[in-house]
Design a protein around this ligand. Structure first.
Ligand code: F6R
Length: 242
């Protein structure tokens, strides 16, 4: 079931996202599923501000990230490991051992997928933060990804490589071709989904996710089967919902 909030701008969208996150953080041992990309940055800024002003502690918090590029060392400036530390973890009191991100630099990537999924299965995510790709991907589950998928290796779709080139000096050939991602079935196990999308380039994906058929052509449409999905949009991303 979708609860949809259409906000005026990104700042408002981030405040609304934080309001939902805040309720989860009140739990004793919160387990957070986190995303990278531009969409959750405002939420992460608010989590940091709240930690600084109100002292909300993350000492008992466990996190799992959705995905990581294959082939980038952890300390690469575009690895999701670096992104998460720079944009969130380095500013909180979360113990490093409570942070889980797939190792995109593992010697055996298949084995890493199995390890990550097994670890993830030992927990239940209280919330999974998601962005959405302009092609409807969530995590790096690109169009055609199986609804039954768990953590796996995936090739990035051409559209995703184009979209993400902005983080690699605009050069598509610098964007890693593959990633490790939680699967759609892994994501669906979360108790609550919080999806943030802003901008006109997300309007088609949002429409297909909510109003389109349940189809692997739009991987995010699987969320139609989840009982607790909050979708936070700006007017542009919501423009096709009518
Ligand atoms: C990131 C992720 C991706 C992004 C999506 C949207 O960990 O899994 O699915 O959420 O590509 O990216 P932005 O927010 O940069 O538009």
């Amino acid at each position: 079931m979708f609860t949809i909030a259409v906000t005026d701008n990104y700042e408002q969208a981030s405040s609304e996202a934080f309001r939902i996150m805040r309720a989860v953080l009140d739990k004793e041992h919160p387990v957070l599923g986190l995303a990278t990309g531009s969409s959750p940055i405002g939420l992460y800024k608010k989590m940091i501000a709240d930690h600084n002003s109100r002292g909300t502690s993350y000492k008992d918090c466990v996190t799992f990230n959705l995905d990581e590029y294959i082939g980038l060392p952890k300390n690469h400036d575009q690895s999701y490991y670096t992104f998460m530390h720079e944009n969130l973890f380095d500013h909180l009191d979360i113990p490093e051992e409570n942070i889980h991100i797939p190792a995109g630099d593992a010697d055996d990537e298949e084995e890493e997928c199995v390890r990550y999924e097994q670890l993830l299965k030992q927990y239940t995510l209280d919330i999974q933060v998601l962005g959405i790709g302009s092609d409807g991907h969530i995590g790096f589950n690109e169009p055609g990804a199986s609804f039954d998928s768990v953590t796996h290796i995936t090739a990035l779709a051409e559209q995703t490589i184009k979209d993400n080139a902005r983080f690699f000096e605009g050069k598509t050939d610098r964007v890693p071709a593959k990633a490790i991602t939680m699967g759609l079935a892994s994501i669906m196990r979360a108790r609550k989904i919080l999806l943030i999308a802003v901008g006109a380039n997300k309007a088609d994906a949002i429409y297909n996710m909510i109003k389109g058929p349940l189809s692997t052509d739009c991987p995010a449409s699987i969320l139609q089967n989840h009982e607790d999905v909050t979708v936070i949009l700006d007017k542009e991303a919501a423009s096709r919902l009518g």
